[in-house]
Design a protein. Structure first.
Length: 476
């Protein structure tokens, strides 16, 4: 028998009381139907595999560490899930035989499959490109954009984007620049450096020309970010550009926003496109009336800081949206194929902190994480081996499956309340959703040892056994 101190006992008793109080609050609002709870699980050698259905039963006793579901406590609506269709990803796909490429695209984008529907494209070269290029290559300043051309993207990027949107007409595309053309920067290069203010006006027209050019090719872009990673120069090792906070505010509110509006474009503008640690900058920028007027929301990366930063910004500006726009696996790590629990935990945290979408880094790369002109060793959501065309699914792919195959656009995130016993951090993370058709989805990840959890909905409860290092989607 495990002995506990009086203090520990009081903690558990308080947690149970809080859980019962929450259960009573939602009792009349969220009675589950008599239909079975369908389950899909990933652990050991299982990958998003159907498991035995479960059933809600009257709650005779509520565990101190129960997870209470509160669908009445609605949060943000979901835009969707996806990955970056970089120059590298599109090139790898373009080099595959049609009989190999089409099933991959179908699996990623078809509504009955992974149903990815929020993807990222690049405005010019990123670090995951085959070459360094912009849409206005000129040895001299070209403020009239006489040399502007999107011809580079016509070879394989635009065809892949068209194919993806054909499979999923609801595909939302947003685009980000890693650098303006070199002639717009003091160092004259797309590699590192900073933006020059005198080129704000032609750069706004550069965005406009990009959007018009893509639309003419049948690929409308739904949103743009001002700059990928505004606060990272990367020491000149890859396309990058520093933007001072005041510069981004000036450009968004006095140049890009007015230029797109004057052109009659409804393309959304997102700012920051960088780490949680810069949440203070996001609040400062949205505090400016001009920025607030033209900017739809904040694009977030998760490399530095904590996802609770998104909630801080949401609390300050609840009408502005949050989008998680980059994060991907490392091809050189031994758990590239098996880190599904880590990624599900990341996604649960992101979605519980107001993000409307999750977009990973490269959709597809080869077995070496190539092509790549930058310093980072990333991996694709999937890997396609050169020559053999062998497809390897990353752990991130399987994490996505537990969300994108079940959570529909327009779904609402709802509050899920868990209390860890003895005040310890829990190994369990969870997120809940109500789809537009009224169905409920719960994604649960267990990065710890095998255990049983109790879900409470109204006056009913559900016991779920969670193997060690496992992910589960429940739908009813």
């Amino acid at each position: 028998m495990v002995t506990r101190s009086r203090r520990a006992f009081l903690k558990i008793a308080s947690a149970a009381a809080a859980t019962l109080s929450m259960s009573n609050r939602v009792r009349a609002l969220a009675q589950p139907s008599a239909s079975p709870v369908h389950v899909w699980s990933t652990w050991r050698d299982r990958r998003h595999a159907p498991a035995e259905p479960l059933a809600w039963k009257p709650a005779e006793q509520i565990a101190a560490d129960a997870i209470v579901l509160d669908p009445a406590a609605k949060k943000q609506d979901i835009l969707g899930f996806g990955a970056a269709m970089t120059d590298s990803s599109c090139y790898v796909l373009s080099q595959l035989p049609e009989a190999v490429r089409q099933p991959i695209l179908y699996d990623f984008f078809a509504p009955g499959e992974m149903a990815l529907n929020v993807c990222r494209a690049c405005i010019g070269a990123s670090d995951y490109s085959r070459s360094l290029y912009s849409f206005d290559e000129s040895p001299q300043p070209d403020p009239e954009l006489k040399n502007f051309s999107i011809d580079h993207d016509k070879a394989y990027i635009l065809p892949v984007l068209r194919a993806a949107r054909k499979l999923n007409p609801e595909l939302f595309l947003f685009s980000s620049p890693w650098s303006p053309p070199g002639w717009m920067k003091p160092n004259g290069s797309m590699l590192g450096g900073a933006m020059r203010k005198l080129n704000f006006e032609p750069y706004a027209r550069y965005f406009q020309r990009f959007l018009e050019g893509y639309k003419a090719e049948g690929v409308a872009i739904d949103a743009v970010t001002v700059q990928n990673e505004t606060d990272a120069e990367q020491e000149g090792h890859m396309p990058a550009c520093l933007w001072a906070q005041e510069q981004e505010m000036d450009f968004a509110s006095h140049h890009l926003g007015p230029t797109l509006r004057k052109a009659g474009m409804n393309t959304k503008i997102w700012i920051l496109d960088h780490n949680y640690s810069l949440w203070g900058r996001a609040i400062d920028e949205l505090s400016d009336p001009g920025v607030y007027e033209y900017v739809d929301g904040i694009a977030w990366h998760g490399y530095v800081g904590e996802p609770t930063a998104m909630s801080r910004v949401h609390d300050a500006f609840p009408a502005k949206n949050a989008y998680w726009t980059e994060g991907g696996p490392d091809i050189n790590l031994p758990d590239y194929e098996t880190d599904f629990t880590k990624w599900t935990e990341t996604f649960n945290d992101v979605l519980n902190n107001w993000a409307r979408s999750i977009t990973a880094w490269n959709l597809v790369l080869d077995e070496n994480g190539k092509p790549n002109i930058g310093p980072f060793s990333c991996g694709g959501v999937i890997t396609v081996e050169n020559g053999t065309y062998k497809v390897t699914h990353s752990g991130q792919y399987w994490a996505f499956a537990h969300f994108s195959r079940h959570v529909r656009r327009g779904a609402t995130v709802f509050q899920t309340n868990g209390v860890a016993p003895d005040g310890k951090a829990s190994s369990i993370t969870h997120a809940g959703f109500v789809n537009p058709d009224g169905s409920h989805v719960m994604v649960v990840a267990n990065r710890g040892q095998e255990r049983r959890i109790q879900l409470v909905l109204g006056s009913n409860a559900l016991d779920v056994d969670l193997p060690a290092d496992s992910v589960h989607t429940l739908e009813w």
